[in-house]
Design a binder for this molecule. Structure first.
Ligand code: ATP
Length: 366
């Protein structure tokens, strides 16, 4: 087991172009499950490949434990990688696929068999060890691929979107299993995904990347509750946080017909930037939907444009009757859908439930 440290790591594919990974500093603790998260092309796979030694860094260094592995070939790094594409040997049984690397390493047969048995029990796949990949479901093949990494007892597991070929139900099942396995073994794991739900539910911590640049590192709850900038605010959470570019007033912001006071510090930081605007983020569940008979509570007057009923939760897309900087607004409705298209909707907002960002830099304002 070992910690993993990226120090000022940069990798540029095209000379003169934007780096795929730009001066990355990241400390992953021993035994931690770290998720690298971001949209397609943000550089997360490149980070993993740099760590595995499948790509060379242009500058910076990578340590696994106390060892500087920056210039070591992949086989000397002692990491095990699970890819999106399982690449199992079709002519070998699940057990032989799992034990293949052990055979190559000439591990005594009895010990190798014990290892395979152990991996099979951790991943709950003893029933199909004798079967070939073709007769296994996607989820089962995924477990065999994970088992193959597991038997090697590496210093770290590196996983690149290993669940992306599975259907929704299997994804949920398998991700719980990977987390259980990781907690059981306590081996440092770096897991790449673009799926924020997967990241939130699996990671001890998340590292959010955009355009090769690290945006925020933290526990899933922290990142959700206090996104460092508008990008993270909009990326984490589903449906996405509403982001409004609002005019500043003397004491706060003008949200349609509502004047919402802002904390002193935020107001001070916003005015120091000499911007007449501020970006306010509100999650769909942070609006308080007022009952129709309430005409006194100060509220934002909306009109329902569309109703989205997911079964468990109802969201409405609405527009403001008046107000600058307000576009499509998504609001989570409490309970069952009672609103229809064109219906009025009044929502209130507590200042504490607003996330405030600079209209100039996009950074969170304290
Ligand atoms: P995805 O989720 O789509 O896999 P990602 O976040 O993992 O994306 P990377 O695969 O790390 O992103 O790619 C980051 C950037 O580097 C992209 O712009 C990509 O086009 C570029 N890139 C990656 N590998 C190479 C390569 N071998 N040659 C040239 N450019 C590359």
């Amino acid at each position: 087991m070992a910690s993993v440290t990226f120090e000022k790591v940069t990798r540029r594919f095209a000379s003169g172009g934007r780096p795929a990974v730009d001066s990355l500093d990241l400390d992953i603790e021993d035994g931690e499950f770290m998720v690298l998260l971001g949209p397609s092309g943000c550089g997360k796979s490149t980070c993993l490949r740099l760590l595995a030694g499948l790509e060379d860094v242009d500058s910076g260094s990578i340590h696994i434990g106390v060892r500087d592995v920056t210039h070591l070939p992949p086989r000397e790094r002692d990491v095990a990688m699970v890819f999106q594409n399982y690449a199992l040997y079709p002519h070998l049984s699940a057990a032989d696929n799992i034990g293949f690397a052990l055979r190559i390493a000439r591990m005594p047969r009895k010990r190798a068999r014990q290892r395979v048995q152990f991996a099979a029990s951790v991943l709950d796949m003893e029933d199909y060890l004798g079967r070939r990949p073709r007769s296994l479901s996607g989820g089962e093949q995924q477990r065999v691929a994970t088992g193959r990494a597991l038997v090697r007892d590496p210093r770290a597991y590196l996983m690149d979107e290993p669940l992306s070929n599975l259907d929704a139900r299997l994804r949920v099942e398998t991700r719980a299993q990977i987390v259980r396995m990781q907690h059981h073994l306590g081996i440092t794991t770096v897991y790449v995904t673009h799926d924020q739900t997967e990241a939130m539910s699996m990671g001890d911590r998340l590292a959010v990347l955009k355009d090769g640049v690290l945006q925020q590192v933290g526990r899933p709850r922290e990142v959700f509750a206090r996104p460092a900038n508008t990008f993270v605010g909009g990326f984490i959470g589903s449906p996405a946080m509403n982001l409004f570019r609002l005019p500043l007033s003397a004491e706060g912001v003008r949200l349609g017909t509502l004047d919402v006071p802002l904390p002193r510090g935020v107001l001070r930081a916003a005015t120091a930037e000499r911007s007449a605007r501020i970006v306010v983020g509100v999650r769909p569940e942070q609006f308080e939907v007022l009952p129709p008979q309430d005409r006194t509570t100060p509220a934002l007057d909306l009109v329902v444009e569309a109703v989205e009923d997911t079964g468990a939760v109802v969201y409405v897309h609405a527009s403001a009757r008046s107000g600058e900087g307000l576009g499509d607004i998504v609001v989570r409705l409490p309970g069952r859908p009672t609103h229809t298209q064109g219906a009025p909707l009044r929502v209130a907002l507590r200042p504490d439930d607003m996330h405030c960002f600079s209209a100039v830099t996009g950074l969170r304002l304290e």
